[in-house]
Ligand binder design. Structure first.
Ligand SMILES: [Zn+2]
Ligand SMILES: [Zn+2]
Length: 299
């Protein structure tokens, strides 16, 4: 019997689940059922992403707090999954204390090992609304096609953008012209891992072709250091006084923060007595998926 951990994509709790969003969550459930039917030991885990720009943006639009939005849609998701018969062993949410604690540990470990550094960058700020603006809350003229575009992407020509690329910028909330202000963030030194990962890739076995190709492409383009914190009004996260309002948002939270507490979530089949204790992780097949893309990693 093999131990299989399936880490599903975490849907943003910013709006109802429509068929398109559900379709992107189905592969994990299909895999979980498949491996259980084969008699394997499966732990299938996911939850609602209650942080992030989509939740903040929805809260601004409705004039309520991000927590109100997250509560509403997390509840709706849980009910929806129950009615549709999804077989999560545990489905939780990212704003629980357990997740914060895991992310805090991860943050400090990265810092201790020299993989995080502080960097001051310019970020769009609205002096009327007195807040830094999420990229998609800045609008302006696309530098490529001239259409009116958002700060993250032009829908007319699909170019990925940065708010500073736009001409005639306006704040989507109030319509006034925003300014740029310096703000400090933590960055993850992904570039430190370039050589090590390139060597690792040469010796991997059993990965699917798409996983190998995508990993190779990222390495050939050169790994870019990524911002690990974001402005997040009212939220805890970064374990430093000066950065209290920042949210640590490395993509790795999706895997690291999912290991479940035994006492929470709508489904508790993975509760006390779970075979997935520390000693089992020595021989664990790990499957992460998002949308229709499934990556299989074996360790
Ligand atoms: Zn464009
Ligand atoms: Zn504004």
């Amino acid at each position: 019997m093999t131990n299989i951990f399936i880490g599903g994509a975490w849907p943003y709790a910013n709006g109802s689940l429509h068929l398109g969003r559900l379709a992107s969550l189905l592969p994990g459930d299909v895999l979980a059922r498949y491996f259980r039917a084969k008699g394997e030991q499966v732990l299938y885990v996911s939850g609602s992403d209650c942080h992030g720009t989509p939740v903040a943006v929805q809260a601004i639009q409705e004039g309520v707090s991000p927590g109100d939005i997250a509560d509403r849609y997390h509840g709706e998701f849980v009910e929806c999954f129950e009615q549709l018969g999804f077989t999560y062993d545990l489905y939780t949410r990212t704003d629980q204390a357990f997740h914060h604690e895991v992310v805090r540990e991860l943050f400090l470990k990265l810092l201790d090992n020299g993989h995080l550094y502080r960097k001051t960058v310019l970020q769009t700020y609205c002096e009327t609304d007195r807040r830094f603006l999420p990229d998609r809350y800045v609008e302006g003229d696309c530098p490529v096609c001239g259409s009116r575009a958002r700060g993250d992407q032009c829908d007319a020509c699909s170019t990925m953008l940065d708010p500073s690329d736009l001409g005639n910028r306006t704040c989507k909330i109030c319509g006034n012209q925003p300014v740029e202000r310096p703000t400090e963030h933590f960055y993850v030194s992904l570039s430190h891992f370039q050589d090590e990962l390139a060597n690792e890739l040469e010796s991997v076995q059993g990965w699917r072709d798409n996983a190998v190709q995508m990993t190779r492409r990222y390495l050939e383009e050169g790994l870019q250091d990524r911002a690990a914190t974001r402005i997040w009004p009212g939220a805890w996260m970064c374990p430093f006084q000066a950065s209290r309002i920042r949210k640590f948002m490395s993509g790795s939270k999706r895997s690291a923060a999912t290991y479940p507490p035994a006492s929470s979530g709508p489904r508790k089949r993975a509760a006390a007595g779970s075979p997935f204790g520390a000693r089992v992780r020595a021989r664990l097949r790990l499957i992460m998926y998002t949308g229709r893309t499934i990556f299989r990693f074996i360790r």
